[in-house]
Design a protein around this ligand. Structure first.
Ligand code: SAM
Length: 257
C-alpha cells in the first residue's frame, strides 16, 4: 500500500509516518507514503494557494491550478483520461461517511491518493475533474483535511496484510457487527476493582461466552443501531442471536418492574 497525500502541511503527515505502527510498517517495506506540498505547484512568486470564492461569502477557497498541477505531478490524470489507477479521495464533510467496511475495502488497494482541504475547501472543478471518491470522517467540521486523511490512513494502514497480527482484528469493535468486550491487564485489583473471576479462571470456553455476552451487552447499550443492522444483514450466528434475545428481554423486564 502506498499513500500519496496532497497537502499544504506535509510536516503533519511526515510526523505521523515517523512513529509507531506506520513507521515500523515502512521500515518493513509493507507500506510507503509521500507527502506532496501543494504549494510547490503554485504559479506565482508568493506561492499563493487560495482565493476568495465567486459569489461572495466568508473565507477562502483552495485554488484549482496548484492542486491540479500537484495531482498531475504525482501521475494522476483527469478522470476522463483515467479508466483505472489509484483511488483519488477528497476528504470532506460532505463526503460519504467513513466506516470500518470502507476502511477494509480501501486497505486492499495498492495506492490511495488523498487530497487534504484547508480554508473553506477546494474548487468544485478539481472534484469534477480528478476525484473519484469523497469521504467524510464524521458529522462535524474540522479545520484541516490532514486530520481527516490521517484518520483514514490510521484505520486502513493497520488492516493492510502483515502490518499487525490478524488475531487482534477478529474480535475488535465493528467486526461481526458488535463492539469489543471490556479488557483488563495487571494488576488483578486496581483501586478496589477486581478483574472479573472468569478471566482468571483459565477456562477458555467460559471466557469466550463471557466475552460474547459483554460484546452484545455493550453494543445494545451504546450502539443499538448496530444490532438492528447486524440482524437485518444476518451477521449473527444462532448463539449471538440467543444472547441478544436474552439480554433484550432482561432489559425489558427491568423497565417493566
Ligand atoms: N466549507 C466546508 C464545508 O462546510 O463543508 C468545510 C471546510 S473545512 C473548514 C476545511 C477542510 O477540512 C475541508 O476541505 C476538508 O478537507 C477537511 N474536513 C473538515 N471536516 C471534515 C470531515 N468531517 N471529514 C473529512 N474532511 C473534513
Amino acid at each position: 500500500m502506498k499513500y500519496t497525500v496532497l497537502t499544504l502541511f506535509p510536516e503533519i503527515i511526515n510526523a505521523y509516518f515517523a512513529t509507531s505502527i506506520s513507521a515500523r510498517a515502512i521500515q518493513r517495506g509493507i507500506i510507503d507514503y509521500r507527502a506532496v506540498n501543494i504549494r510547490d505547484y503554485a504559479l506565482d512568486k508568493h506561492r499563493t494557494c487560495d482565493d476568495a470564492p465567486y459569489g461572495g461569502g466568508p473565507g477562502m477557497l483552495m485554488l484549482s491550478e496548484p492542486l491540479c498541477r500537484a495531482l498531475e505531478a504525482v501521475g494522476i490524470q483527469k478522470l476522463s483520461a483515467r479508466p483505472s489507477g489509484p483511488q483519488v479521495i477528497y476528504l470532506t464533510p460532505s463526503g460519504r461517511p467513513f466506516n470500518q467496511d470502507i476502511a477494509k475495502k480501501l486497505a486492499a488497494e495498492q495506492e490511495l491518493v488523498l487530497v487534504c482541504g484547508r480554508y473553506e475547501g477546494i474548487d468544485q472543478r478539481v472534484i469534477d475533474l480528478y476525484i473519484n471518491d469523497e469521504i467524510s470522517i464524521g458529522d462535524y467540521v474540522l479545520a484541516s483535511g490532514e486530520v481527516a486523511a490521517l484518520a483514514l490512513i490510521d484505520a486502513t494502514c493497520r488492516l493492510v496484510d502483515k502490518v499487525i497480527t490478524a488475531e487482534s482484528l477478529d474480535e475488535e469493535s465493528f467486526s461481526g457487527g458488535l463492539l469489543e468486550y471490556p479488557q483488563y491487564t495487571r494488576p488483578e485489583i486496581f483501586d478496589t476493582i477486581k478483574v472479573p473471576d472468569v478471566l482468571l479462571s483459565g477456562h477458555h470456553e467460559n471466557i469466550r461466552r463471557w466475552r460474547l455476552e459483554k460484546r452484545v451487552e455493550k453494543t445494545l447499550r451504546s450502539r443499538p443501531d448496530l444490532i438492528r443492522t447486524g440482524r437485518e444483514l444476518g451477521y449473527f450466528n444462532k448463539e449471538t442471536n440467543n444472547v441478544i434475545d436474552r439480554l433484550t428481554m432482561a432489559e425489558g423486564d427491568k423497565e417493566n418492574e
